[in-house]
Design a protein around this ligand. Structure first.
Ligand code: FMN
Length: 161
């Protein structure tokens, strides 16, 4: 079967979105931006407070629009930023809402300086769906050639034959 990648991602300030756009070109997959009904505050510290409260209470934000279809999809690339060392709450909501069936999921994420235990946490969350993840500092995301090379290399390791 040909590779049919769904690239589902949340991005607040554009870094993960850039990774997703590169991945779309590399994989020829379908993009699905995760969108929230209620916007986060402009201030990142306030966003952090809102998100931490959501995370600790397991009250993840409502998502706008329809959930993505998994028809003909044979891999999900699931992206988002690191927030306070954890997956962002819109991404947690998508994982909560979706039934991925047996489709494997490869997580990718962007961060500023410290991804903390993001990889381990998302791996635990996705259980046996989870393939190797790729984290990228936002400074690397800015360097299009380097970012593209890293994303291509990662895709070559996770793509379904
Ligand atoms: C609420 C919030 C919390 C963040 N926490 C972390 C963190 O714990 N570690 C880190 O390295 N970067 C942290 N960052 C920076 C983002 O992870 C980083 O800028 C990322 O590339 C943003 O992705 P986006 O542009 O797709 O939203 C945080 C940013 C925000 C807004």
């Amino acid at each position: 079967m040909a590779n049919r990648a769904l690239i589902a991602y949340f991005s607040l300030s554009g870094a993960t979105e850039k990774m997703a756009d590169i991945l779309q070109k590399v994989t020829h997959g379908t993009l699905y931006p995760i969108q929230v009904v209620e916007p986060f505050p402009d201030d990142m510290y306030k966003t952090n407070d809102v998100a931490e409260a959501q995370r600790q209470s397991h009250q993840y934000p409502d998502l706008a629009g329809e959930l993505p279809s998994l028809k003909d999809v044979n891999i999900v690339l699931l992206g988002g930023p690191v927030w306070n060392g954890h997956p962002s709450t819109p991404l947690l909501r998508l994982v909560e809402e979706m039934d991925f069936g047996t489709v494997p999921i490869a997580p990718f994420y962007s961060y500023a300086t410290d991804p903390s235990n993001y990889a381990k946490e998302i791996d635990g969350l996705l259980g046996n769906h989870s393939l190797a993840s790729l984290g990228m500092p936002d400074k690397v995301v800015d360097k299009t050639n380097k970012a593209t090379a890293e994303l291509q290399k990662w895709w070559d390791t996770v793509r379904q034959k």
